[in-house]
Design a protein around this ligand. Sequence first.
Ligand code: C2E
Ligand code: MG
Ligand code: MG
Length: 561
Amino acid sequence: MIKSDIIERPKLVLVVDDQEINRDALGIILEDDYNILYAENGKEALDIIYSHVNELSIILLDLSMPVMSGYEVLERLGSDESISHIPVIVLTADKSAELKALQMGASDFITKPFDLPEVIHKRVGRILELSEGKQLISAAEHDRLTGLYTRNFFFEYAGRLFRYHPEMRMDAVVVNIEQFHVINAVNGREFGDDVLRLIGSRIKEFLTGTKGIAARVEADRFDIYCLGQPDYRALLEYLQEKVSQISPKVSIHLRMGVMPWNGELDPITMFDRAHAACSMVRGDYKKPLMIYDEEMHARDLMNQRLLNDLNTAVREHQLQVYYQPKYDIQCDPPRLSSAEALIRWQHPELGLISPGMFVPLFEGNGLISVVDSFVWKETAKQISRWREKYGFTLPVSVNLSRTDIYDPTLVDRLVRLIEDNGLDYSAVKLEVTESAYTDKAKELLETVRELRNLGFEIEMDDFGSGYSSLNMLSDMPIDVLKMDMRFIRNIESSETDMRLVKLILDIAGYLKLRVVAEGVETAGQLSLLKEAGCGLVQGFYFSKPLPPEEFEKLIEKELSN
Ligand code: C2E
Ligand code: MG
Ligand code: MG
């Protein structure tokens, strides 16, 4: 670890001596490196001490002076806690006074006539270091478990390095454990503690080879501030290898985010970015290391902008709902059976923004419910407008986010939506993404069950995108599986993919679930799906998502058939 001897800050020194020549001499020796205040006696000194408590770094104090002696100043310093932290070096010609001064709390002494300037300089520097180190250490509180620094101390220390040692090119590195709460829950806290301890000790070991400091800043988040490394893969792989050896039965995965030094950003901002980079690779076991780069920075700025602009967007009607048709392909010709409502943002400066840009962002902070409410209301109105115009109800599905599902007012809101627009529950279908089900939270299942009992049809969105297994399906409250487009993409060229699709269709049939194939783009895909017995298809082959006026052409074409 870095030693505190490299920490310096601009320092204010008080020189107290009744003889001008002594004050001048010390001034000349120290003025290049310190700011200096002068006092001619103890009384003046105390006035300055009290008015500069927070800035004063050290006092050089003569002992015998008129008006008030140095001893009296020492006594006051020793008895008043608000000023007792300021170190004192006494200046004296009297050998016998040294011991007394030291006993009274002085840190060191300089004998008169003055030593060589370098000696004085060194002594002042050393006492400052020691006292600063002492203050740091007293604030320190190493993390009990890992022996690394605690968060506050770490950032204090890193801040000093950043301010006073710009020549040190320090990177910010964040290490995190995937699903640490699960590891804890399954294997017990003690096991979890072992993992943390091991990571802590390996990070310390790493820091013996390079300059740097490290902290455990949160449960399973480790921050490392270290001299730039050419390649962090080596460090991550090393840590990963070590944690993998803890137990053959438990698989532990680490991820890492790095913000490289750029000379401008303070450690707090750097670690924010390193942390953002680290979060980017959450769950990505194949690529667990992310370096924060320009692209991420641009994305961060963009995200910030979108977050700021959302309210205006709602107020100024920049949000629009598009509709993408779902066709029943077992009819000939295929029949328009329903649609999905998909949000679009017509931004005045950025143009049309697709939900891929902002839905995940707003999901992260709950703002998605603002968007979703808007979409639901707009959709319900649209369904009833079309019912009036065309004389029948075209059901439309809307997307629900995880945030919506955990909102205790969800059921009420959806009931009101149906009632306010005079719709049947079957008119609005609810798409819940597969990954929401994998939490398997009782709450979620209960809410979805309640909605389903009311008469809402539930579609499991993105089915097969990697979370649930087929055998979980039987006890889920769902009516429809929306097969993720990844399955469909290669069915024309890959027999395995086609077999998988058939398997899903078989199981869905067995469970009496209807299936929507998403992302169908070609006639070839369509005919394979039709042959395999898939009922519904959504995709560019039929139509892209369309604004309502254009979607009406599809309805009208349907009616003319
Ligand atoms: P999703 O619910 O799975 O919606 C289907 C996405 O697939 C849509 O993307 C659609 O445009 C796209 N797609 C449809 N057919 C094809 C095709 O043949 N080829 C390809 N390559 N893509 C196709 P979109 O509209 O960009 O939406 C992306 C995701 O954003 C949606 O995936 C959904 O998860 C989310 N989303 C969209 N609107 C909302 C909303 O109002 N609320 C919430 N919570 N999420 C929304
Ligand atoms: Mg959807
Ligand atoms: Mg989908």
